[in-house]
Design a protein around this ligand. Structure first.
Ligand SMILES: Nc1ncnc2c1ncn2[C@@H]1O[C@H](COP(=O)(O)OP(=O)(O)O)[C@@H](O)[C@H]1O
Ligand SMILES: [Mg+2]
Length: 342
């Protein structure tokens, strides 16, 4: 690809330094994705400007008008501390007629709301666990179709916020307490789902219309028989990961038919939720081999060595090729303004 002017959009607190040298591991974890993407794009020969944003759009407007970037590489996951505002930023990019990487505003808006996604998935007969929403300030009344054990989480927060082993509840009393906990910690409505005991898979999907999937990836605890839940600590606490032997790798032992069905389910979900660019699907498979979609992550973590990039690499798309493809998809995305006569 020819050399492009790239504007990397990152959270103001996560503007990466030029080198990792001498930085403690914990600090690196904070901005590793931003560092890996910016550094690799530069190594690929692109001219990359990094823009840190917090809660003011004017620097973005200025950068777009003054520097005329050919593509905005979108690494923002929130705006003003609000995770659901990422779609608003992308809407703004569209209003500014700016090419960008990753998911379009509609797909982001639909997929970030787990309850709304599940309603759409249900229309398309894409299996996801039965659920009920418990809004803040309302009495917790469990519908009888929702049976224990139940898993309680936030409707909109991600990164396993407020998720621990205690997320699984087995009585109405526990349910009420856990819903109150999720309300308190996240300040969002609570989603209560049927708990799917079994294996956990992640599947990377990349494309706009024609979709490609990465090898099916599986989460395992190799040194513990703790319930297999990707809690906050499992995702972010390195010592805890070591203790449990947290590993993710190619899923083994699935029949070709099962693999085909999982891939098909993931592609259908990507389309049903109007996603574009790249996404990672989180799935569970119960003992009988039934597969359920837990959530679709638009614009998943792109750090080198994380599940998305790692599975892409095993699937034949090494890191540079992956970023290259993401940029090409961003340039090719058929945004409404591209068809407009003005
Ligand atoms: N219904 C469920 N049954 C079993 N495990 C679940 C369920 N919902 C969530 N989990 C566990 O919690 C983790 C985080 O939930 P997820 O819906 O993916 O939210 P997040 O956006 O925080 O990643 C999952 O990876 C899985 O391990
Ligand atoms: Mg998840």
């Amino acid at each position: 690809m020819k050399r492009l002017r790239v504007l990397a959009l990152v959270n103001e607190a996560l503007v990466p330094p030029d080198s990792m040298e001498g930085r403690p591991e914990q600090e690196i974890d904070e901005w590793k994705t931003e560092f890996d993407v910016v550094q690799t794009l530069r190594e690929m020969g692109h001219q990359v400007d990094v823009l840190g944003l917090s809660n003011d759009l004017s620097p973005l407007r200025r950068a777009i008008i003054d520097d005329r970037p050919q593509i905005a590489f979108n690494l923002l996951e929130e705006f003003g501390g609000i995770v659901t505002y990422d779609s608003a930023i992308v809407s703004y990019l569209e209003l500014m007629r700016q090419h960008y990487t990753g998911c379009n505003p509609r797909g982001l808006m639909l997929s970030k709301d787990k309850a709304l996604s599940k309603k759409i998935l249900s229309f398309h007969r894409i299996p996801s666990p039965r659920f009920a929403v418990f809004p803040i300030g309302r009495k917790v009344v469990r519908p009888s179709r929702l049976r224990f054990p139940i898993f309680v989480k936030s409707v909109t927060e991600d990164a396993s916020m407020a998720i621990s082993q205690a997320s699984v509840v087995r009585s109405d009393q526990e349910l009420e307490a856990r819903v109150a906990f999720v309300h308190d910690i996240t300040r969002t409505d609570a989603l209560a789902e049927e708990y799917i005991e079994g294996r956990e898979f992640y599947v990377g999907v990349i494309g706009n219309k024609r979709l490609q999937t990465m090898p099916i990836w599986e989460l395992k605890f190799t040194k513990s028989d703790a319930p297999l839940i990707a809690t906050r600590k499992v995702k972010w606490d390195r010592d805890y990961q070591k203790r449990l032997g947290v590993e993710t790798n190619t899923a083994e032992g699935l029949s070709p038919k099962q693999e085909r069905e999982i891939v098909r389910l993931c592609k259908r979900a990507f389309q049903a939720l109007d996603l574009s660019g790249y996404a990672r699907m989180d799935l569970r498979m119960n003992e009988e081999g039934r597969v359920y979609l837990l959530e679709a992550n638009a614009n998943p973590n792109l750090a080198y060595g994380e599940d998305f990039a790692e599975s892409a690499e095993v699937g034949g798309l090494a890191y540079e090729a992956l970023l290259d493809k993401i940029i090409r998809l961003g340039l090719a995305y058929d945004a409404p303004w591209k068809g407009s006569p003005v």
